[in-house]
Design a protein around this ligand. Sequence first.
Ligand code: 13P
Length: 256
Amino acid sequence: MTSERRPLIVGNWKMNTTLAEARILAYNIVHLVGVPKDVDVAVCPPFVSLPIVAEALRGSPVALGAQNLYPAESGAYTGEVAPNMLQGLCSYAIVGHSERRAYFAETDEFVNAKVRTALEYDLTPIMCVGETLLQHEAGETTKVLQTQTMGGLVDVEDVSMVVIAYEPVWAIGTGVAATPDDAREGIAVIRSTIADARGQDVADSVRILYGGSMNPQNVASLLEQPGIDGGLIGGASLNVEQFIALVRAAEERERE
Ligand code: 13P
């Protein structure tokens, strides 16, 4: 099945890897991944490793992404990184990851500012949405996904430029991925929310990834679900063999 939306496999290294480790991991990925067929691949190392990883990725089809950005060009924002510092270096920027929502109190409004800023600076935002375990058990998944999706896309003119990642919080780093049915249903909610607000064509053009304990064992069953356009991968992206296996699974899906 060849979908019009090109699959995307993104490694989110989170707060892992020293400079030396990041460099080795990037070189190993480049070496083993070759030229992925009909699949886009990106890695998002910690900020300090971006230049060294960019160097390792030079000439390879693997793109570079940041894990965050601040929605201002400069100023008194100690510890933050501005979009113009990332422009030209990165292709993607993760925004609104649940870890940032939970530990750094990021609101939908703030995530929305980051989405708009990323687009302004030629960075493709990978906007994360997802419900917590409590919300999941309370049957609030649909409501949460609708609110986070629409909240993040306020005043975004070209929604098709945004990548969305459905990351159920209870599936992140737990080893318990969402079932393929849950992942498909969550993504269907996100897509229909966009369709209602912006039209079906726009909704059909948006790439929506699944994230949360994706690994070589469960990847095929997740990617075979209609509407799942790839993965945002944490733990398994730190292991080169596992990460490459996920890229291969996405290639495989495109061949079927
Ligand atoms: P894990 O793959 O480690 O569950 O992390 C998923 C994630 O949060 C990617 O952004």
